[in-house]
Write a protein that binds this ligand. Structure first.
Ligand code: ADP
Ligand code: MG
Ligand code: ZN
Length: 476
């Protein structure tokens, strides 16, 4: 490609708190419309906001987890605009003095690690929701979400491909979940993203004009929207045109982005310092206290997995995707200390089953103790690797212990020589031509005999033993 894409992302994550950012109303999702409101979040005149300390704490936690500098002095600002879901006529946000700045996040794409800069993290309140569906000739407004705390996380224009953008979002989401700052539940809209995209001639230092694609809440949409946007801008530039700075909307149905408003129509938000809230002075002692509560973060865990368990980076990235998955892996390895073996089963069979059902590891029936027990049975030769697939499936489905499954279903591997010899004799009697052929030098026929014996024994013959016995019998 002649052009290089430049991408910067603005993420909105709902902060995990019991109550809203400036009042005591609950943040619980899915309640009856307007049942979680009060004069403050309804924007009645004369009321005063009171800052929820927990939101600041969560913001600092996220700042620390992304290596930001926490501002010793921060300030809320009013962002003024008119919309029915915003009864005050302004949103309390932060502008010149955000909570945290100059952070970084590590991403892995195509086996390469890259550092992506974070410009800033600030706190703000969410707006309500306009409801149009199923209402004839009118729209309704639900203000349960008004005043729900958000963190806005803005990246530097450091991303270069749609894949990097998605890897960055996944990493941010992981950090939010690891730290307990947000559940980042995308289906509930608790983690959404605006993507700024521009192109420049490959090798050029100067940034091109950007378009901003608004409000996407799935990794796939972000990927597709950025791909579409790069192609759209490339075509414009190839035809000698100019990209205009504008806000665009992604339409999942058509797989295209559409112009929403141009720069000329852009809002002038008339930001000014929020006079109803005192500036925020965060002292170092509080920052240190919060720092002490941080869990082991995804990057640190990933690095530890590579060095401690000697597994490939790729495995470590996947296994540290969530704390629960990482814990499952570590507990299994503790009971069966062959990490790469365990990793193969977790990343292969276990994740496949979970993905099929769109489930998280916490919802799985199978426990580390059971996977470890099954791996020990393979190692001891009690079951073959092939049979283990069946055992695992059953274990995953019913949560039963592998020993019980193997016993009840009669899946024990046949290693007993006399039992195997019996089957081999049957096969040899039934296939005299092949026996002759083998004895005349067609050694390739060994595979045929292995297959036949396996078939007759329901896949339960111990392959090593079988090979050994077959060769002996066929030669004599
Ligand atoms: P605004 O508030 O108007 O959205 P910002 O300066 O805060 O503007 O930038 C928002 C996002 O746009 C940031 O993530 C930033 O990295 C990104 N960005 C800025 N310039 C460009 C560009 N030329 N191409 C792509 N992204 C850009
Ligand atoms: Mg923006
Ligand atoms: Zn309220």
């Amino acid at each position: 490609m002649k052009y290089e894409a430049v991408i910067g992302l603005e993420v909105h994550a709902q902060v995990f708190t019991e109550s809203k950012i400036f009042c005591g109303c609950s943040t619980k999702f899915g309640q009856p419309p307007n049942s979680q409101t009060c004069p403050i979040c309804l924007g009645h005149p004369g009321v005063l906001p009171v800052l929820n300390r927990k939101v600041v704490e969560q913001g600092i936690r996220m700042g620390l987890a992304t290596h930001c500098k926490i501002a010793p002095y921060a300030r809320f600002a009013r962002k003024n605009y008119f919309y029915p879901d915003l009864p005050k006529g302004y949103q309390i946000s932060m502008y010149e003095l955000p909570l945290a700045e100059h952070g970084l996040v590590e991403i892995a794409v195509g086996g390469k690690m890259r550092e992506i800069g974070l410009t800033r993290i600030h706190m703000e309140e969410d707006a309500g929701k306009n409801l149009h569906e199923g209402i004839e000739g009118a729209s309704h407004v639900d203000l349960n979400r008004a005043g729900v705390p958000l963190l806005e996380i803005v990246s530097e224009p450091d991303l270069r491909t749609p894949e990097e953008a998605v890897a960055y979002l996944k990493k941010l989401r992981e950090i939010l979940v690891y730290t307990g700052v947000s559940d980042a539940d995308m289906e509930k809209g608790n983690f959404r993203c605006d993507a700024n995209v521009s192109l420049r001639p490959a090798g050029s230092e100067k940034f091109g004009t950007r378009a901003e694609i608004k409000n996407m809440n799935s990794f796939r949409f972000v990927q597709k929207a950025i791909e579409y946007e790069i192609a759209r801008q490339e075509k414009i530039l190839e035809e000698g045109g100019k990209v205009v700075q504008e806000t665009r909307l992604w339409d999942a149905k058509s797989g295209m982005t559409f112009s929403m408003r141009s720069k000329e129509e852009a809002h002038d938000y008339r930001y000014f310092p929020e006079p109803d809230l005192v500036p925020l002075a965060v002292d170092q002692k509080w920052i240190d206290e919060i720092a002490a509560t941080l869990p082991e973060l995804p990057d640190a865990k990933r690095k530890r997995f590579v060095s401690e368990y000697q597994i490939p980076e790729y495995d470590a990235v996947i296994l540290t995707g969530s704390q629960a998955l990482a814990a499952f892996f570590e507990e299994t390895v503790r009971l069966y200390p062959k990490p790469k073996n365990v990793s193969n089963w977790v990343m292969g069979d276990l994740l496949r089953e979970l993905n099929n059902e769109n489930k998280e590891i916490g919802q799985a029936q199978v426990r580390p103790r059971q996977l470890a027990a099954m791996l020990k049975m393979i190692e001891a030769g009690t079951i073959s690797g092939k049979i283990a697939k069946t055992v695992f499936e059953e274990m995953y489905r019913s949560g039963a212990d592998p020993e019980k499954i193997v016993e009840e279903k009669g899946l024990v591997q046949v290693s007993d020589e006399s039992a195997l010899e019996g089957v081999i004799d049957e096969v040899m009697t039934a296939n005299p031509k092949e026996v002759e052929g083998y004895r005349a030098g067609k050694e390739k026929l060994l595979g045929f005999f292995v297959g036949q014996v396996m078939k007759r024994s329901g896949g339960k013959a111990n392959p090593g033993k079988l090979n050994e016995l077959l060769k002996k019998k066929l030669q004599t």
